[in-house]
Design a protein around this ligand. Structure first.
Ligand code: ADP
Length: 493
């Protein structure tokens, strides 16, 4: 007997201190005994809870399942069961519990009571539900992105750090077929029918957009022609961005391919049109200028007619210079700028250009200084370099104001020649500096102040300098002036 009372005391002690909810439940469902953990879990005092049946504290939706298991147990079909079910907290909210139930029978085999243990898994359950909801959100997002990925009118490519293609959309696959009719191995830098914008120079492996992106570069509007047949080619403009993981390491790159064939063809047609028109204008203009020259040389015309003739002559000459600029641009655009190189004294050329610019500078109150050595001979195309000097000098004067100054410096350096055209004029806005050499580009200030021009001069200067294997750069500050620096190789005759 003593042993029994000892073990019952021990049992009570365990019951009192267990972190798991425990209850002794009568076969009819009444709670005979509950421990503090269980009362706590459901928000009742221990005495209040023992007045109830388990049916009352079970969520109505889970009751039938529990009752069925109780019935099965009482009928002797099973000895025990486990169930995850919802309980109702005294304050009305749901508590999730993992319930284990075992039936204790008397010596006669009749049911005495159930021993129930309940582990509070509310937090666990809620977390599982949150996770499920989060998964559903992610999945929805993925589906939406997938739909966008496939429907946008732009080719998209995701590349791994090792250069392998990880994902491409339908548009990108179309672009791939144009450039790689014999198939693509899905790795960055494969060579195919891909050409630079001149339509002739094939792109090297290092120049391919995908290869550059894998090397860590980011770029926009990097364009090329793709396709073997020049008449049926497509043009693409590409951009690349790096993809990084949460700790900022590069894990790959994304590329977008926008088809711009129609735009490129339109630009081509425009260039061809400009070239054709300028060519057609040139012949009659030459005739007009020739006759004007003859007329101007006649001494028997009334003074007012001679004056009017001079105006016509000046404007016809201006028209001719515009037409030859347009022709030049057309040829340079075709990569067809043929030079007639010969030894030329650049000092003499600079002096002549100074003489041409001086009257206009004088009329605008701009001073002109030349800083040149005695002689500096190198091999260049004289006509073209004259064009460079005239353009740079006339810009320096044109974009200056009264009391400004223009300085031309010519000097020999190690292995080369430097020509500097400096002015203290209006300067160039920082966001425009990079564009001044673009064809037809005109600065905002030039337009606002109605300074005449076509935006062709520096494009022509740039192409002539490049054809001589020289360089040109500009530094400028708004209100302080601009400095254009040309370098040319120093060549022996
Ligand atoms: P244009 O002078 O006919 O406009 P250019 O190609 O010669 O065309 O020059 C392009 C643009 O660069 C000009 O419109 C002007 O905004 C700017 N620019 C060129 N030279 C100068 C200069 N010396 N000072 C300030 N702006 C200049």
């Amino acid at each position: 007997m003593e042993g029994t009372s000892d073990s019952s005391a021990l049992w009570n002690l365990t019951l009192q201190h267990s972190p798991i909810g425990m209850a002794l439940v009568a076969p009819n469902g009444r709670l005979l005994k509950v421990n503090p953990a269980m009362a706590d879990m459901l928000g009742f005092a221990v005495e209040d809870l023992t007045k109830r049946g388990f049916q009352e504290i079970t969520h109505p939706d889970d009751l039938a399942e529990d009752l069925a298991l109780v019935t099965q147990t009482l009928a002797g079909e099973i000895d025990s069961y486990r169930l995850r079910k919802r309980y109702l907290h005294a304050e009305g909210y749901v508590v999730w519990g993992d319930l284990s139930v075992a039936l204790v029978r008397g010596q006669d085999g009749l049911p005495l009571h159930f021993i129930s243990q309940i582990l509070d898994v509310t937090e666990h359950q809620e977390q599982a539900e949150r996770l499920k909801a989060a998964h559903a959100d992610v999945e929805r997002e993925r589906q939406a992105l997938e739909a966008i990925f496939e429907t946008v009118g732009v080719g998209l490519l995701l590349i791994g750090q090792d250069g392998r293609y990880e994902r491409t959309n339908r548009r990108h696959q179309e672009a791939i077929r144009v450039a790689f009719p014999d198939g693509h191995a899905g790795e960055a830098g494969q060579l195919g029918h891909v050409y630079h914008l001149d339509g002739r120079t094939p792109m090297s492996r290092e120049e391919m957009p995908s290869y550059r992106a894998v090397q860590g570069e980011e770029f926009d509007d990097y364009s090329y022609w793709a396709g073997a047949d020049p008449r049926a080619r497509s043009a693409y403009s590409t951009s690349a961005r790096q993809v990084r993981n949460a700790s900022g390491e590069r894990i790959g790159a994304t590329l977008a391919y926008q088809e711009i064939t129609e735009l490129m063809r339109a630009v081509q047609v425009k260039d061809e049109f400009v070239a054709a028109v300028s060519h057609e204008l040139r012949t009659p203009l030459t005739t007009v200028l020739g006759y004007l020259e003859i007329l101007a040389g006649r001494g028997d015309l009334p003074a007012d007619v001679t004056r009017q003739l001079r105006v016509v002559q000046r404007n016809a000459a201006r028209l001719e210079s515009l037409v030859s600029d347009l022709l030049h641009v057309g040829r340079a655009g075709d990569g067809d700028l043929r030079l007639r190189p010969e030894p030329v004294d650049l000092v003499a050329l600079v002096r002549q250009a100074g003489e041409v610019a001086r009257p206009v500078a004088g009329a605008s109150g701009v001073s002109l200084t030349l800083d040149v050595p005695d002689r500096l001979v190198t091999v260049v195309d004289e006509q073209r370099i004259r064009q460079v000097l005239d353009n740079l000098l006339s810009n320096a004067v044109k974009y200056s104001e009264t009391n400004d100054s223009v300085t031309v410096v010519l000097r020999q350096t190690e292995g080369g020649v430097e020509l500097e055209v400096r002015d203290t004029g209006i300067g160039i806005a920082p966001d425009e500096v990079d564009q001044v050499f673009d064809r037809f580009f005109r600065g905002g200030d030039a337009l606002a102040k109605h300074i005449p021009g076509t935006g062709l001069g520096l494009d022509i200067v740039g192409s002539i300098v490049a054809a001589h294997e020289g360089t040109i750069s500009v530094e400028s500050e708004v209100g302080r002036g601009s400095t254009f620096l040309v370098t040319l190789p120093l060549l022996e005759a």
